[in-house]
Design a protein around this ligand. Structure first.
Ligand code: GLN
Length: 277
């Protein structure tokens, strides 16, 4: 079968399955199978694809048709220009989360100590470590399976970091200059209405922020101050409607210089503040 025919077949199958970005996903999966890039479809569309590649493509298309996220099918997602392994045990790194990394980078100095609470794939921590010098990083997560993926990411990106399993701070005994966190923040009763890709295939523990979505911000803020050096900073990713609540919680916990940042869609996405010195 020709490359272009195969692509068109993939688009049709994904459309029938109700996949929103059918043509994009069909192309990306074909590129993944064939090791080609975006131009290949335009320039070499008539080339023949081997039977073996065709079979793997058909397999990927049928999995995508079941609404399995593309990143779980190909096994990775790029984040901050780095390639992170993705499994069903971790939240897929989102572009919005790059805002948190970029904001934290503005304040990060060489040699600082960073704690990433609810590290998941490790994407936040490992990006900060990759783009700084001599920083010491710890990633914490309640899920041992998520930590396995985070450790695998540290190894493949050649970054030194330590990982601690635990329910928030239960196994954390050090102090840090920075605490960064993208905790689960979706209100429990919103989850059933999310896209199938998210609600059925991403780990619910990484999504569910309790009744009002704020449970983890409250719990983290209950003790974050004790784990930060005076003058240390706390960075949270937030849901776009949570800025007001999270700002209030941070102020109530005694944090200063509380600042809200927006993402590229103009939505509130990050709140950060400083532990009073
Ligand atoms: N820190 C990870 C991320 O931002 C995982 C977050 C989570 O599991 N809620 O992708």
């Amino acid at each position: 079968m020709e490359y272009r025919e195969l692509y068109e077949w993939g688009v049709c199958r994904l459309r029938e399955a109700g996949i929103e970005e059918a043509s994009l996903d069909a192309r990306l999966l074909l590129e993944e199978v064939c090791g080609t890039d975006r131009n290949y479809l335009l320039v070499h569309g008539e080339e023949t694809v081997s039977g073996e590649k065709k079979d793997s493509y058909a397999d990927m298309i049928s999995r995508r048709g079941l609404h399995i996220p593309l990143q779980q099918i190909v096994g990775y997602q790029e984040f901050m220009g780095l390639k992170f392994a993705v499994t069903p045990d971790v939240l897929i790194p989102r572009q919005d989360t790059e805002i948190l990394v970029e904001e934290a980078m503005r304040f990060l100095h060489d040699g600082m100590r960073i704690l990433d609470m609810c590290t998941g794939s490790g994407c936040i921590l490992l990006s900060l470590l990759k783009y700084s010098n001599d920083c010491v990083g710890t990633g914490c997560d309640i899920s041992e399976k998520a930590l396995q993926t985070a450790r695998q990411n540290a190894a493949s990106l050649n970054i030194e970091a330590s990982f601690v399993q635990g329910d928030l701070f239960e196994n954390i005994h050090d102090r840090y200059d920075f605490i960064v966190s993208n905790p689960p923040y979706i209100p429990t009763d919103v989850i059933p209405g999310l896209m199938e890709e998210v609600k059925d295939h991403e780990p619910v523990e990484a999504l569910d922020g309790g009744e009002d979505g704020l449970a983890f911000y409250r719990r983290i803020l209950d003790c974050a101050g004790e784990y930060l050096y005076p003058g240390g900073m706390l960075f949270f990713e937030i849901g776009c409607e949570q800025a007001g609540d999270v700002v209030r919680l941070m102020e109530k916990a005694g944090f200063e210089e509380v600042t809200v940042c927006r993402d590229f869609a103009g939505l509130d996405r990050v709140v950060y503040a400083r532990r009073c010195g």
